[in-house]
Design a protein around this ligand. Structure first.
Ligand SMILES: O=C(O)c1ccccc1NCC(=O)[C@H](O)[C@H](O)COP(=O)(O)O
Length: 251
């Protein structure tokens, strides 16, 4: 990976990620909650599968939410979220592993650990149902990181932004794939990215559309393009998280 090809904010995120320590001991997750099963259950109940994100701030957000992550998470679940995503990146997103632990303890849906993981030991910072691994940043380390996460009992969401990255993700063994509409080189969002890249994802993979989804019409657009589920942060955090989640779930 050439970190010069990404926006300065992303370079700063990666520099911080390289410095972050791992856990003291190897974790083993015995009771990981299945993300595909949670999506299937939502579908069976007529809900659009939404992964609602607890995202206190970000490089593209003004200000920082000081709301309690557990209260936010409970509101999102009450609004019908099939799963949650919790930022554990502290420097640029206001997240923490403590937020993750408290949220996972408080809810019974699968919880994605959203971070910029670069080293195997960083998987050991907290027991997680699902971890995000970003194809662009892991290069040849993608397959060993997927294996290391699975060895610990975690599911893996592999994030891609192009057809070439889909091919790499599939070759590395990815079964849950998220197409990020946010270009990490320029931090611009284009929902056309999902429409362009989704056809390259194998039918049997669980496919998520990530980033920039801000209206029910955009949820429907992503679903028509093949999304099994949607990852939505900013548009749920902005205002009433329960009402916002419910609007997307019932899109
Ligand atoms: O959200 C950002 O500003 C951001 C900047 C740099 C790298 C990653 C970033 N976001 C990470 C994410 O994956 C999003 O939090 C997630 O997909 C939700 O996106 P959104 O619904 O647009 O908040």
């Amino acid at each position: 990976m050439n970190s010069n090809e990404v926006a300065p904010a992303v370079r700063s995120i990666l520099d911080a990620a390289r410095e972050r320590p791992g856990g003291d001991e190897r974790v083993a997750v015995e009771d990981a909650r299945s993300l595909p099963a949670a999506f299937a259950a939502a579908e069976a109940e007529g809900r659009t599968p939404v992964v609602a994100e607890v995202k206190p701030t970000s490089p593209t957000t003004e200000g920082e939410s000081d709301a309690d992550p557990v209260e936010l998470a409970e509101e999102m679940v009450a609004g019908g979220a099939a799963a949650l995503s919790v930022l554990t990146e502290p420097e640029h997103f206001g997240g923490s592993v403590e937020h993750y632990e408290r949220v996972r303890e408080a809810v019974d849906v699968p919880v994605l650990r959203k971070d910029f993981l670069l080293e195997e030991a960083q998987l050991d910072a907290v027991e997680a149902d699902v971890v995000l691994l970003i194809a662009r940043f892991l290069g040849d380390d993608l397959a060993p990181m997927i294996e290391a996460a699975r060895d610990r009992g975690m599911q893996v969401l592999v994030e891609v932004h192009s057809e070439a990255e889909v091919e790499r993700a599939v070759a590395a063994g990815a079964e849950i794939i998220g197409v990020n509409n946010r270009d990490l080189a320029a931090l611009e969002v284009d929902l056309g990215t999902f429409e362009e890249v989704a056809p390259a994802v194998p039918e049997d993979a669980t496919l998520l559309a990530e980033s920039g989804i801000s209206t029910p019409a955009e949820v429907r657009r992503m679903r028509e393009a093949g999304a099994d589920g949607l990852l939505i942060g900013t548009a749920i955090m902005d205002g009433d998280p329960r009402e916002n989640t419910s609007e997307f779930v019932n899109a």
